[in-house]
Unconditional design. Sequence first.
Length: 634
Amino acid sequence: MSLNIKQRLAMYFIVCIILISISIGTVSIVKSAEQMQEQNNRIISYVTSEVHGMISRSIGSGVKDLDLIADSLEGREIDDEMLKEIQRTHWVYEDIILVDSYGDVIASSFYKYSGQFRESEATKAALKGGIGVSGVHYVYPPLRTVITFAKPIPENISGGERIVAIQLNTDYIFAILDEFIVGKTGFAFVLDENYNIIHHPDKERLFNKAPDLLVSQIEGEADNVMFEERGKVYVGRYYSDIISEVSDKKWTVVAVIERDEYRYTLYSILTQILIGILIFIIIGIIGSVILAESFTKPILIMNEQVEKLAGGEFDVTVTVKRDDEYGELAKSFNDLAATLREYRDVVQKNETELENKVAERTNALQKAFEELKKLDQMKDNLISSVSHELRTPLTSIKSYSQLLMDGVLGPVSRKQKNAMKISISSTNHLMNLVNNILESARFEAGKASFNFERFSMQKLLKKVLVEFQPTFKSLNAKVQLHCSDEVFVYADEEKLGEVLRNLISNSIKYRSRRRLSLYLHVTPVKNKIKISVTDNGIGIPKDGMKDLFNKFYQVDQGTTRKADGTGLGLSIVKQIVEAHDGSVQMSSEPEVGTEILITLPLIREMLSPDAPMLKSRPKFGKPSKRKRNKNRKK
């Protein structure tokens, strides 16, 4: 379905708006996704680094406070009350404990323990003379997670080596993590140097090994992390570093959010952008229609007037009250219409004069044509009458010459016989010319008759060649025939024989000085039969072949013509072949030879003699009188 200019212009604007909207929307979506991801990454990076910094500061503060507490206990008798007094000053620590060299608790500010510090890594480090910082571990009662700091007391009056230890509850350190919220599913957790979870919103996850995928990403120093836990996929970032100058422990803070929520947020942004694009497109479509209307209305008005002008209404005008290009176009149209009106008046005047002259010339031509027609008819009648009148005396001359030559009317000498032969040959030549003229006249008048019947093509060829046998023998000609005895056609045998005689006669007439070679090939091809007659005669130039099948046409029209003839032979060949729904083609080369190729419908390819005969409607008239008499005798 074709669109008018208004629709095309509107579609153009709409497509432009849609493309612009899609481009803007795509850029907005990409930028929004990048901004959202960057914002989440900033928040998560800030949280992870800040929490890690707080952990480091808390542990650093614990080490400093431990130094102060150890110094305050130097040289004093230490008991529970003293430790409670110190604990009130350093309230952030859950407990202050005095441990002997065997790891047994001697005094405590809050809880009573029994042997829990013997295997503590903080105690072991303190017994070696340094400050020990443990990892996050459970203590009880009650069950809780703490970090233990331990340091030996330089001197004490109690005698023996003593160690003071303070315990910092991890809830105090990791409080900021519990306040971390990104979306609805975001949370943070902490891993120790062995990638065990030491803090997690889900307490059941404490001291479990982190997922292998997460561990491999941290060890590979990936920028972001993604892992699956309990059927959910999380994405986020991490921060990993040493927690204190006095400890080589490397903790990792990980902050994540569920991937589905991240995608949902992205889809929400995408939906909002798409809604905005849709609104923009709707507004653009409405604007495009209005804009197209303003552009096309003057054009449509002018187009209507142009159609009237094209239909012959030269009195039309266009009224467009605008000062832009449309106004200029309307003015040009009105000028064109005025010019066409002037031309119309001139043309009408000239047309009337021309019609009068044409009528006069037509009448003259009609009279001349009628005269030519009468002359042509008189010519045909004359030729036909003369030919008919010539046949009877020629037949008598031939008959009596034959009787004389045979000695029926009396003895004749050898010299007289030779003269009779020449007379009979000339008579035959004249009779052939007369027959050709009569045959051509019958075709011209549409009175040619055909007797279609089924016959063997090979038998017909052999029959025709036998007629020329004396001539071939006298010329020492080389004749080859290639035709299967199983090729049958449905045609007029006498007419087809006449075609072959004409072609063979031409090959004999226009032979070269070389020995005459004549080749006849019959080839069935599908439902047709191809008859090829090839000779090595003088050939025909290309410029003479185009008119060769016309009546009375001969290539050599001069007085030095090498052979006699009327120029009707090939014309009759073409008429007979075309009457059989066939075709004639010729190829020739001077001093090389000529090939005539005839194509005729075949009854059936390689039809056997016993096969049923296909029937075809004759092209012209009824069978000849001679054929009808022959059929009656049968």
